[in-house]
Design a protein around this ligand. Sequence first.
Ligand code: SF4
Length: 359
Amino acid sequence: MENKISEEEFQVCFQELSSGRHLNRNQWRTLLEGRNSERAELLAQKASELRDRIYGKKIFIRGLIEFTNYCKNDCYYCGIRKSNKNASRYRLTEDQILNCCRAGYELGFRTFVLQGGEDPYFNDERIVRIVGKIRKEFPDCAITLSIGEKERASYQLFKKAGADRYLLRHETANEAHYRKLHPKELSLAHRIQCLEDLKSLGYQTGAGIMVGSPGQTTETLMDDLEFLEKLQPEMVGIGPFIPHHDTPFREKKQGELEQTLYLLSLVRLLLPNVLLPATTALGTIDPRGRERGVLAGANVVMPNLSPENVREKYLLYDNKIHTGKEAAECLDALRASMGEIGYEVVVDRGDYISKTEEV
Ligand code: SF4
């Protein structure tokens, strides 16, 4: 990528960010628009150093259980949006969910991520029951929920039942961009409210974006970085946008690998202690995507523990990997590929380490 941002200008902004100082919008613009391969490499190295200093050369694994692909919402980018009549819908039973946890525990997982669409069938009572059962059977594991926007009172109930963490990507912190991605029933204000509620209730909270989503610009990315700086989430999910053939965005361009890696590094530098997944979407657009994600500053991988027969139904975007290294059964392959780049997949809850806890 050719650009006109001078080396000196770029270096000043890079140094500011690396020393933990607040950047103004012009400085963010310089970093975002000044990307070339050498600079990306520089950021990745610095991001990796920071991550290694705080977390060591450890990769934390999260067992992903996609327990329902019903959703009452209609986000334009999503393969399981309610208007997609071609999606083959499923829900796992409580027993199936628990069995996924049991199989995962045997494999070495100490975090379970229950992810689903916003499915009214799984009301508060059912979620509380499921979380309670997992908490009781696996007291040494972290329970993460990723089930969308709820009222504060619901989040409170889930927390009381034993949930520790919550993932809710904000998708974009720019109002106009948010409107391009979502129908009018959804609002950015409510999404942000949810994230603030989660933080204030003591959840380790995850926000995040898709890189290259339709309508994304340098301006919207600057809004995202500023939003992340303000929210201080414990986790940030960043993956490339991948179009799904049964959505209004079917013809849109896929997000770029290099830009996604660059943003991973920027987020690591902005929030040094953050838990940063090398996402499934990254592994989908490039066979070495997740390894490259780790080399850019990521330290989490989320293999799929869902029963094999439903994996292909949880299709948020096209060509999602659901075999090979993605399957929990192939954890050995993941261990080997992370080993090759000098990282170790560990059996650990992989909790967020706050600045005050750093050794
Ligand atoms: S992105 Fe989430 S809330 Fe939106 S349609 Fe998909 S599953 Fe539902």
